[in-house]
Design a protein around this ligand. Structure first.
Ligand SMILES: [Zn+2]
Length: 219
């Protein structure tokens, strides 16, 4: 994918994230790994505090692994440290998206992980979505806590804040955000009508193998 296509896809994804109501105002952010710069773990990230509807590809900020802009003068998202920590820890990850969606945030506020209650959560996200340890927004502590709780899965809940999703592409990261939000909503409703039940252990094991097979690096 060319650099300009990556910019276009990132803007399209965050505008869809906004349209779906997964964030409010200028909150949330997303990034894609830049493989063409020759700089390890460089990525292209949405700018700080700019509304999504009018965002243009030239407003995205390419940064190096010190979070300094590689070109242009934009200000990267204030939550870029967690994006960087994920790219460092997970070489399989090509894109990261962070949202403040209501039900995923509610689980983090309650300190409740999202258990494997529907089949597709394990197949596409890798199993239970854990709640990270608390860290101040934008801090090193939060970045490390987020990576630790993410593990080898594709989503993590950030307490008192929101969630992060990772995938090969930013379009796929958006789908993970939307899926986790939907399953979180189902979980809260199921808890209200008698209690959510996890999928059977044998099915979970089989679905974990399916997840690992589809996330294995192809090279
Ligand atoms: Zn946030």
């Amino acid at each position: 994918m060319s650099y300009s296509e990556e910019r276009d896809q990132l803007v399209t994804a965050v505008q869809e994230m906004d349209r779906l109501g997964l964030v409010s105002g200028t909150s949330g952010n997303a990034s894609v790994r830049l493989d063409t710069t020759g700089i390890p773990d460089a990525f292209l990230v949405t700018p700080a505090a700019l509304p999504y509807p009018g965002m243009t590809p030239d407003q995205l900020v390419p940064v190096n692994d010190d979070l300094e802009p590689i070109e242009g003068g934009g200000t990267p998202s204030s939550e870029s440290l967690l994006h960087l920590a994920i790219y460092r820890a997970r070489k399989d990850v090509g894109a990261v998206m962070h949202t403040h969606s209501v039900f995923a945030t509610a689980l983090g506020v309650a300190g409740r992980p999202l258990p494997p209650i529907v089949d597709e959560l394990t197949v596409y996200v890798g199993g239970q979505v854990e709640v990270a340890e608390y860290g101040f927004p934008g801090s090193e502590e939060l970045a490390q806590a987020g990576v630790d709780a993410l593990g080898d899965r594709r989503a993590v809940l950030i307490p008192h804040h929101g969630m992060f999703a990772v995938a090969d592409t930013v379009a796929e990261a958006l789908r993970v955000c939307a899926l986790v939000e939907r399953v979180a909503q189902v979980f809260v409703h199921a808890e209200a009508i008698g209690g959510a039940k996890e999928i059977p252990a044998e099915s979970f094991e089989a679905e974990r193998l399916m997840y690992l097979a589809r996330t294995e690096p192809s090279d």
